[in-house]
Design a binder for this molecule. Structure first.
Ligand SMILES: C[S@@+](CC[C@H](N)C(=O)[O-])C[C@H]1O[C@@H](n2cnc3c(N)ncnc32)[C@H](O)[C@@H]1O
Length: 205
């Protein structure tokens, strides 16, 4: 995964955070799904592969007090910290490759937009799912967004695996039940449309 880290560090060092294809001025759908899944703002939330996403700004503005952003790229987290300014101290920041990470606590909500889809090898997906299991308990919610079946075949120049919510649910296994799903046409900063799918998965066991 050394090359993945180099790839992502270079992306965030060479492109403006508002110019990357996955940029959203407001992470509206993710925020809505998190708010619908969390009992209240005391619920802990981790944004896995959060990069420079504005989701963190939205979570802080909504009063979520236990928020974590994990990303493989230190450069992404440096940019995000600088953007949120004095609120950076309210966030836990973790630099890690999710497929090689051993979580030391658990979260109520695990959010991932456009990270799982880069794991095109089954063994990497299994490693991700091990981290997810360690980082959550039964009753937790995983909100996973990937390119949809009719979405692009690559993202940031890397091949991706495309999903439907049902296929994502079956890949996450019997411990997770699909409780909500949806699709979204994301408009990139350059004006192209990218079709995403969203799956809300409740951990039952
Ligand atoms: C397409 S971007 C999406 C960023 C963010 N989730 C969003 O929606 O704006 C993918 C992100 O995943 C991170 N990433 C890629 N592979 C990763 C891995 N194995 N572990 C942790 N983060 C990873 C990248 O650094 C990048 O920030």
């Amino acid at each position: 995964m050394g090359s993945a880290r180099t790839h992502w560090d270079t992306v965030y060092k060479t492109k403006a955070e508002t110019a990357v294809s996955w940029y959203q001025p407001h992470a509206t759908r993710s925020l809505h799904l998190i708010k619908s899944s969390a009992p209240d703002q005391a619920a802990s939330v981790i944004d896995v592969g959060g990069g420079t996403s504005t989701l963190i700004d939205g979570l802080l503005a909504c009063g979520f007090a236990d928020v974590t952003v994990l990303d493989i790229a230190q450069s992404a987290l440096d940019l995000a910290k600088s953007r949120v300014g004095r609120n950076a101290g309210k966030v836990s920041w973790i630099v890690a490759d999710v497929t090689r990470w051993t979580p030391v606590r658990t979260w109520a909500i695990w959010h991932d937009r456009a990270v799982f889809h880069f794991l095109t090898e089954r063994s990497q997906q299994d490693e991700y799912l091990v981290a997810l299991k360690v980082a959550t308990e039964p009753g937790a919610t995983a909100i996973i967004s990937t390119f949809a079946l009719d979405g692009p075949e690559t993202c940031s120049g890397l091949p991706v695996q495309r999903y439907s919510p049902a296929v994502l649910a079956s890949r996450f296994g019997d411990a997770f039940v699909l409780t909500a799903q949806g699709h979204e046409n994301h408009l990139t900063p350059r004006g192209s449309k990218q079709r995403f799918c969203y799956a809300v998965l409740k951990r039952m066991a």
